[in-house]
Design a protein around this ligand. Structure first.
Ligand code: FAD
Length: 567
């Protein structure tokens, strides 16, 4: 039944919480109402999600003048970059999670946490509808509504199966801590089953064929972890079946790790080849059966099937249903993720912010705005700007759109004149005037080249920090705006726009070797980068408790190997 039919609102009192229920099944949420209503003069900030974006926002929100309510079906923060290590027992699952209550307890701002999932966002009435994860007294799951002054959407994304038949039912995802735990149990399960005396060799081989779909950083790291596990621990524990193990990595494009520098891709492919990991590029999965996986050769179109024991699906991310619904409601139904402006505000929505994997800054709008900046600067409507005028416009653009500046830096250009020169193929003299139409066409080049920010923890956590800082200084910046000049209307924007700083990325390749791509195209591959990886990931832990646990897990693994118990 549709949500609107389910709702019977029965309490709307002082606080921010409104209980509602299915017809005839009224919930008594009065206690929760009291809690939330304890200080109703404060501005209510509702945060959806306790992942990278939501948690970094909460950790950095210091202004005590907010009443913060956190809603998430997960009462902990999970350090996702270490999930591949959890799949094989290199790190324990409890070491990579921190209870969200521990995190918000230490904050200046008043904060409450509700273990629930947001099922509907109602921007007109400034409310979110939620369903608790928990069933109390067998009465079904509690449902309630929370109103907000500011809404921070940080619900992340879900796994994308591309509607390929059998993926949902037969493969394992690697997105949440539970997924990593399931994979760990199933890997051991495959070895135990394959060791039973009653099985044929063929069946043993099938059980020990591990297929990983997706040659991105997560799929590659899982393949490397599994290979290390087999070579360092399984050989000792399951000597009879060790030689039957096969690891296959399927990737639809021509190379694995294609978002990395070509040197890293080449090294990874060569290393996997040496390690005996079968990397099949140009191979697209079309169907996953219970025991067989079918792939299509992208170039030749041939379809082949192979038997497998366990398949892990790691091909990218899709939109969560609640966000999809919200996007349809606000006229963004044709998009994959929520479109925001450079201040992370959902386009067209007042006081609704979106960050992390569920959102992206709308580049199309950026280009329209830049064109408008030019139009405004062209006071005499001549269609041209002088180089001096142009430089001023350019400064405006770079201040307002850090992506443009970043693009120019990446292209090793000092400004758009260079870009224009490049597009014209000859020199533009400083004295001649700059044609706006030519600029626009040069900018369309920026448009195609300027990629959306990647869906990574790095982006999500920087956005969380940025937004918290804006919230901390909301009142101050209301009075003394510090952002760039408005080009529609007068005065300045309150804040500087969000600016992403890329700090580099890692691809662990197994055998204590990691590839690191650091800012400035600096590439390092090998054992030294592995130590860099250890130090960065230890330092990035969300608390001293998880830091201590993760480091002790690494030491335990060095000394005793991985634990292969079936628990
Ligand atoms: P998430 O961290 O996914 O958090 C979303 C939160 O929203 C969760 O708490 C979830 O429970 C909650 N939620 C979901 N639905 C609802 C709802 N309806 N209502 C309320 N709350 C909801 N990135 C890197 O930069 N480096 C890496 O090395 C790296 N490794 C990765 C390894 C793995 C295995 C995975 C899966 C991802 C990795 N990433 C890495 C990507 C990174 O984890 C994501 O980009 C990041 O988690 C995005 O943060 P987020 O806050 O948007 O979403």
């Amino acid at each position: 039944p549709s949500l609107s039919k389910l709702l019977i609102v029965f309490t709307v009192s002082g606080g921010g919480l409104v209980a509602y229920s299915e017809a005839g099944k009224l919930n008594d949420n009065s206690n929760a109402g009291e809690l939330v209503g304890a200080n109703n003069r404060k501005k209510k900030v509702v945060v959806l999600g306790t992942g990278w974006a939501g948690t970094s926002f909460l950790k950095n929100l210091k202004d005590p003048s907010y009443d913060v309510q956190v809603i998430s079906p997960r009462n902990y923060f999970a350090f996702t970059p270490l999930l591949p290590s959890v799949t094989c027992g290199t790190v324990e699952s409890r070491s990579v999670v921190e209870p969200i209550r521990n995190i918000i307890r230490k904050k200046y701002a008043e904060a409450y946490y509700w273990e629930a999932e947001c099922i509907k966002i109602d921007p007109e009435n400034k409310k979110v509808y939620c369903r608790s994860n928990l069933s109390i007294n067998g009465n079904g799951k509690e449902e309630f509504a929370v109103d907000y002054d500011y809404l921070v959407i940080a619900t992340g994304a879900r796994v994308n199966t591309f509607n390929i038949p059998g993926v949902e039912e037969n493969t394992f995802f690697l997105k949440e801590v539970e997924d990593a735990q399931k994979i760990r149990r199933t890997v051991i399960d495959c070895f135990e089953k394959a060791s039973l005396p009653t099985l044929s060799d063929e069946e043993r081989k099938r059980l020990l064929h591990f297929v990983i779909v997706g040659g991105g950083p997560t799929g590659v790291e899982f393949a490397a972890q599994l290979h290390d596990f087999v070579n360092e621990d399984i050989v000792r524990l399951y000597p009879k079946v060790k030689d039957l193990v096969k690891i296959t990595l399927l990737e639809a494009t021509d190379h694995i790790l294609n978002m990395f520098d070509k040197r890293i891709t080449a090294f990874a492919e060569e290393k996997f080849h040496r390690d005996g990991i079968d990397v099949k590029t140009g191979s697209m999965v079309v169907k996953v059966g219970e025991k067989e996986i079918s792939t299509k050769d992208v170039k030749r179109g041939e379809i082949t099937s192979m038997p497998y024991g366990m398949a892990v699906w790691s091909t990218g991310i899709g939109t969560r249903p609640v966000i999809m619904e919200f996007m349809k409601h606000i006229g963004q139904g044709n998009r994959r993720v929520l479109a925001t402006d450079e201040w992370l505000r959902v386009e067209g929505q007042e006081n609704v912010y979106a960050l992390g994997d569920c959102a992206t800054i709308n580049q199309r709008k950026v280009m329209e705005d830049i064109a408008a900046i030019f139009q405004k600067a062209d006071k005499d409507n001549s269609g041209t700007l002088t180089v001096k005028e142009f430089q001023e416009v350019l400064n405006d653009i770079c201040e307002r759109y850090p992506q443009v500046e970043l693009y120019l830096k990446n292209k090793k250009m000092s400004n758009l004149v260079d870009l224009l020169k490049e597009s014209k193929g000859n020199g533009v003299k400083e004295s001649i005037e700059v044609d706006i139409e030519e600029f626009k066409s040069a900018l369309s080049q920026v448009d195609t080249d300027m990629k959306n920010l990647p869906a990574t923890a790095q982006v999500a956590s920087q956005q969380g920090v940025y937004l918290a800082k804006c919230f901390n200084r909301m009142e101050e910046c209301e009075k003394n705006p510090e952002g760039p000049l408005r080009f529609r209307g007068e005065g300045r924007h309150r804040f500087h726009p969000f600016r992403y700083r890329h700090l580099g990325q890692f691809a662990p390749l197994g055998g204590e070797q990691t590839a690191a791509q650091l800012p400035g195209d600096w590439v390092s591959i090998g054992h030294s980068s592995q130590w860099l990886w250890y130090s960065v990931y230890a330092s990035k832990q969300v608390s001293w408790r998880t830091r201590a646990l993760v480091v002790s897990d690494w030491v335990r693994r060095f000394i005793f190997g991985r634990d292969s118990s079936q628990i």
